[in-house]
Each structure stands twice: as C-alpha cells, then as structure tokens.
Design a protein around this ligand. Structure first.
Ligand SMILES: [Zn+2]
Ligand SMILES: [Zn+2]
Length: 575
C-alpha cells in the first residue's frame, strides 16, 4: 500500500526547500534567494550569500530548520497583483526573484509565506512547517544562476526529505554505499576506463584493456543473442548529410543535442545523434512485401550528443556512447506480438547481467502528437496487452509519450535499491511517414510500416557504470577481466606456475601470473584489490603433488584441487 504518492513527496521536499531558505536567511542576513525546487531524490535551494559557507555549516543550518519546524508555522498562500509582488521583492532587494517576476506574463502571481519568510511560488505546500519531520542537508556546490556560465555563481544547498524515518535512513545508507561504489573511483582503481578531459575532450570515453575486455564480452553476448532471435546485424556510418537530419526531423526537434555541422566540399555533414535514419535507409534500399515483415536491424551504434559540460558525469552522462540499438519494421497487426517478444528479450538480457527487479512505465499519447488516433489506440493497447500478458506490473504515465508514439521505459533496481533507466521500447508512426517507409500489403497497396525503436541496455557506457556500481567492482565470473591469477610463493615455482597458466589459457579462461617476485602476502593483497575471483597459489607442496591451492575472492580459506578438477569447476560456473 502506498501511503503517499510522488506528488505528495514533491510537495514535502519543495516545502523543505522553503524551510531551508528561511533558515539560511535568518542565519545569514542579506542573503538573496535564487530558486528552490524539489528534485528526483530531494530538493535544493540556490542562494547568493554574503559569506562563504562550507559543508561544515550544514548542521547549524539543520538546527535552525528544526527550530522553524518546531514552531509549526502555517504555509500561507496569497494571490497578489504582479506589480505588488514586484514592489515587495524590490523592498527585499531580491534581484533574482525580480528577474523571474518580469518573465511571468500573468497579472496575478502567488506567494507563499511562513513566519516572516516570503517566496514567489506556485505551490503547493504542506500545511505547516511542523509536517516536515525527516530531512537531511547533504551537500553544497556552486551553481550558476539559471545554469548560465555568464551569470553569477550562487551557492546551492542540497537536501532530502521523506515521510518516514525508515525511508530517510535507507536513502542515507544508499548514499554512503553509492560513494564506495562510485564507478569513477572504481574505474580508476580497477583500470577500467579513462576520460582525458584535458588532452582529448570532455565526455569522451576510453576503454582501457580491462574495461574493453568486459565490453567485448557484453558485445559478443548481444550479437549472438540478437542473431539467434531474428535480428540482422548492420553497421552504419557516423556522419551524414544535414539534409538527412532535416528529413528525420532531428534538426527541428533535437538540434540542441547535436554537434554543429562540418563542411565537406560545400555540403554540411553532422555527426549522428541517433541510428534510426541509417536503419531506415537500409530498409528502404529494397522493396518489401508484407511477407517479409517484421524486419529487425540490430546495431551496436555509436552516437554523439552535445551535453553541456556541467551535466557530464563519469560514464553516466557522456558525449559519445554506443547503444545496443535496434529498429523493428512491422505492420500494425504485428505490433503486439513484437512487443511481447521484446518484453521476453528484455527480461532474458537483464537477468543475464544479474538484474531481476524492474520498474516499468507506459507513457501514453501527449497533447501534441502526430499520427492518426486509431493508430495510437492500437499501439497503446498493444503495449498494455503485452505487459499484462507477461504479468508485468507497470504504471501508466498519461501524456508522457513521445509526440510520435507511445513507449515503455524500464528501470532496473541495483544491489542497493537504486533505480536506473535502462531499456526503452518506442512505437513510432512518424519516421515511416517522414521517410516514406512502406511495405506492399496483401491487397497490392503500399502502406506505411510501423517502426519500433528499442534499446535493451541503453548506452553501453552507462550500463557498464551501473554494472560497476551494482557489483561494487566484483564482477560475476563470466565478466571478470581477469578470472584467475596465479601466485607462485617464490620464483622457484615459476616453471610449474607457467604450466598451470598455459593449461588454464588453453581452456579459454582469462588468467595472469604474478611474477613480480614480491612476497606472497603482497601478491595476495594486490590481487584482492583488483577483485580477481580466483587466486591459485603455488608452492613446494603443490608442485610436488602436482596440485594447486585455490582461494576465492571474499574468502580466506584455501582449497586444494587437481588442476583438472579446478578447470571443471570453473567451466560449471559459466554454464
Ligand atoms: Zn514553494
Ligand atoms: Zn531509433
């Protein structure tokens, strides 16, 4: 049972932002207010402060907030003339609020007041400050007013709030864990990836050998999987004439995420932000009869999107990434069956990587849409029916579909309970019309196909980051960059160690040998820090008896094996 919906939580958090602001104004007179919205996991408020504060000041601000909460002030809403509001904020010298006010077209605006704090705000709010019980201030950062580097830098205070102590504690635990699991930190420690911001550019990812081998394993798995499931693999170029992006509509709807065009012999070319138009061209290179449909193209397609440097974040948000992208060209009647198949596919693939809990959303027709209503209905019903037939729980997000069709979004839950947007399945009536993508039907008529865009893992870079954080760097055996490391107790056992190494390599395991000549203890510590699943220790006794001692990651025990036994054990792990 849900006691509170997300809207209530938003109201609570935004109210917490007001309380935070009133505390800051009391503590630091002369503070000017920016904005203070609720965000995904909490809230923030931006301030132009007369003094510099640090995270050490947060407890003091929390204390002041508690006082305001204990007084249980009412949140009072007032509708006033804009001119009056301008007067009020002028008196208070709230220059940022005045800037916002000047952009409001309406003649009436609403303000919210508690105690002697006053804010320009649409609301809604909780009834009184005493309703905020479980909150925490989390961090401080700089933020340009309205996100623009040309504007003054304000101080942003982040916090979070929940309805129960349990939810708050749980979230704080998650934050602690998340810090330890941060893929940027682990990526360095485990030599997985690099971003050479200075030398190469921001948001552009280098996969180091250990990360690259994991990516190769993921890619091999995906290609095999798609070939076995009725997809054809394609490759498409990375730049295309700007006229293509005009036809596709990207230049009108998506240009702010695209890199500027480059000039090639007087023609404008643009680096691709999406793979879809490429797949359309491949489909259109031949005439297709209804008998051939559905046609499914799969590509590990690398795309480039312009993201502001301020939002770039490790592998989670980058400027170049590879999608496990596919486009299905089908008839309207085939949509439901295809969606059913896709749901199976999504679950098999995500399970393979260890994700078993999902959060599914179905987004339906928005106010502004293209395509005929009956097609929308058909597609929405197909998505609903498929989800229900699969017995998958989902929420409907009314009106949140893309203008060209409804979609299913799937988030995966990681080991510490965080949700990550991962798979999307989108039905599209638009692109087929823009590009005249048709099939010849039974009646000899040429009809528009329906396109389904889908990505299962989404971006390989982002999914890899989620994997790293989910497993805290301890990858499952099949994904580990080094599965076994051989540790000779001393150089005397190098020869036997080499033999073991070769035998394991022959059996296709990823093995290395620590011949650094350091002490065993040091070698073990180093291997553990690399989170290698199996350590094979070789000394006098092992060499004499033609055996090996094995220590598994996370355990301090060693077990003695015949090499063949050990190989069989590893093989069984892969099945
Ligand atoms: Zn407000
Ligand atoms: Zn697409």
């Amino acid at each position: 049972m849900k006691l509170h919906n997300s809207q209530d939580l938003e109201t609570l958090r935004h109210s917490a932002a007001h309380i935070l602001a009133s505390a800051v104004v009391e503590l630091y007179p002369g503070t000017k207010l920016g904005i203070g919205p609720a965000i995904e996991n909490g809230f923030y408020y931006d301030f132009d402060l007369p003094v510099k504060i640090t995270e050490e000041d947060l407890p003091k601000i929390e204390q002041k907030m508690l006082e305001i909460i204990q007084k249980d002030y009412k949140f009072v809403r007032q509708e006033i003339d804009k001119q009056e509001a301008i007067k009020i904020f002028k008196e208070r010298n709230e220059i940022y609020k005045l800037e916002l006010l000047n952009e409001i077209p309406e003649e009436k605006v609403s303000i919210y007041i508690h105690n002697n704090f006053l804010d320009l705000c649409r609301g809604p709010h909780i009834t009184s400050t005493g309703q905020l019980k479980y909150f925490k201030l989390l961090s401080i950062s700089g933020a340009y007013w309205r996100g623009d580097e040309k504007n003054p830098q304000l101080t942003r205070i982040y916090g979070t709030a929940f309805f129960t102590k349990e939810e708050l504690d749980n979230y704080l635990y998650q934050l602690e864990e998340a810090k330890k699991r941060d893929h940027r930190k682990l990526g360095k420690e485990l030599d997985l990836f690099e971003i050479f911001e200075e030398e190469f550019g921001s948001g552009l990812v280098f996969w180091l050998p250990k990360g690259a081998i994991i990516r190769k394993i993921i890619e091999d798995y995906l290609r095999d999987f798609h070939l076995k499931n009725g997809y054809q693999i394609v490759y498409t170029p990375h730049i295309a004439k700007s006229t293509l992006w005009e036809i596709s509509g990207h230049l009108s709807f998506y240009s702010e995420n695209m890199f500027s065009p480059m000039d090639v012999e007087g023609q404008k070319y643009i680096i691709k932000p999406m793979n879809c138009p490429g797949h359309v061209l491949i489909y259109k290179s031949k005439l297709h009869s209804y008998k051939e449909l559905p046609i499914r193209f799969f590509e590990l397609g690398t795309v480039y999107r312009y993201e502001r440097s301020g939002v770039l974040h490790g592998l989670m948000r980058v400027r170049g990434f590879t999608q496990d992208d596919a486009h299905i060209f089908c008839t309207p009647e085939q949509v439901e069956t295809e969606i059913l198949k896709l749901l199976d596919t999504v679950i098999v693939v995500l399970n393979k990587f260890g994700f078993k809990e999902y959060n599914i959303k179905l987004s339906t027709r928005p106010e502004k849409y293209i395509g005929e209503l009956d097609k929308w209905e058909l597609a929405e019903n197909a998505l609903k029916t498929a989800l229900e037939k699969k017995g998958l729980e989902y929420d409907i997000d009314p009106g949140e579909g893309v203008f060209y069709g409804p979609k299913i979004d799937l988030k995966i839950k990681d080991a510490i309970g965080r949700l990550w947007q991962c798979s999307t399945i989108q039905v599209d009536f638009n692109l087929p019309q823009r590009f005249e993508v048709k099939y010849r039907d039974k009646d000899g008529q040429d009809k528009y196909v329906i396109m389904i865009h889908r990505a299962l893992l989404g971006s390989l870079e982002r999914f890899f980051a989620v994997l790293v954080e989910n497993y805290a760097g301890v990858f499952p055996f099949w994904l580990s960059p080094v599965q076994v490391r051989i540790l000779p107790i001393s150089d005397k056992f190098l020869e036997y160690s080499q033999k073991v190494l070769i035998e394991l390599q022959k059996n296709n395991f990823r093995v290395d040998l620590d011949d650094s000549g350091t002490t065993l203890q040091y070698k073990i510590r180093n291997a553990i820090s690399q989170k290698i699943p199996y350590l094979v220790i070789i000394g006098q006794k092992e060499q004499q008896e033609n055996k090996i001692s094995v220590r598994q990651y996370g355990s301090e025990k060693t077990e003695v094996y015949n090499l063949e036994e050990f190989i069989n054990k590893l093989k069984s792990l892969l099945e």
